[in-house]
Design a protein around this ligand. Sequence first.
Ligand SMILES: Nc1ncnc2c1ncn2[C@@H]1O[C@H](COP(=O)(O)OP(=O)(O)O)[C@@H](O)[C@H]1O
Ligand SMILES: [Mg+2]
Length: 231
Amino acid sequence: MDPGEREYTIIIRNLWKSYRDGRGSVIHALKGIDFHAAKGEMIVIHGPSGSGKTTLLKIIAGLEKPERGVVVVGGYDLGYLDDDQLAMIRNTVVGYIPQDYGLVDELSVAENIELPLLIAGIPKSERHRRVKEIASYIGLTDLMSRPVKSLSGGQKQRVAIARALVNTPKIILADEPTANLDWDNSAKIMELFKHVKEDFETTVVIVSHDPRVTDYADRLLTMSDGKLKEY
Ligand SMILES: Nc1ncnc2c1ncn2[C@@H]1O[C@H](COP(=O)(O)OP(=O)(O)O)[C@@H](O)[C@H]1O
Ligand SMILES: [Mg+2]
């Protein structure tokens, strides 16, 4: 494809982020990140624990604020948004899947998938239609009334993906999606991300220290000590 024609869903320029630890020392988690991702592209960011992967994903998801630099997500410059606008981005432009899945254990599969639609104020009949549609796409129809706490790790990951997709975001962000899965289930989850990318032209960004996921990447990047390099 002509690079001039590409639609970038994420553009990051010179992004810095630091934290203070319990004793007041400064930890530089991100040290000048440049990154872009195109529509329909699957990107894997690989790197050791503590290298800054989760921090980067949370900033793209609007869950953490950038300290310095430019972050444009789905055409919105996050530096100019207030908290309500950031909440809108989190709920409609981006589907973020945290490492621990972020599901409500006591609720059923269907209720978990419905949550983002409730927050977005979608009417009931439309909510139910969309939950059914996405559950059928992901292959969760038989589990709809099961409480999430009764599911296996692979099933929970699929519910988390369904919930992230239900508002048809432009971007899916997944933090260590295979961390708790055996190889068979990891391969199934990575195949599912590939289908999502192809069927909906979603940008998929996966961060992982699992070397098995790198085969699925259109583009592989390495994160090391707060810096990002094209592989
Ligand atoms: N909320 C926080 N407060 C203090 N330090 C943090 C916080 N979140 C992350 N860090 C530190 O920032 C660095 C990068 O962390 P993280 O983004 O979680 O890396 P990764 O996901 O690659 O393991 C680590 O040194 C980590 O301890
Ligand atoms: Mg992490």
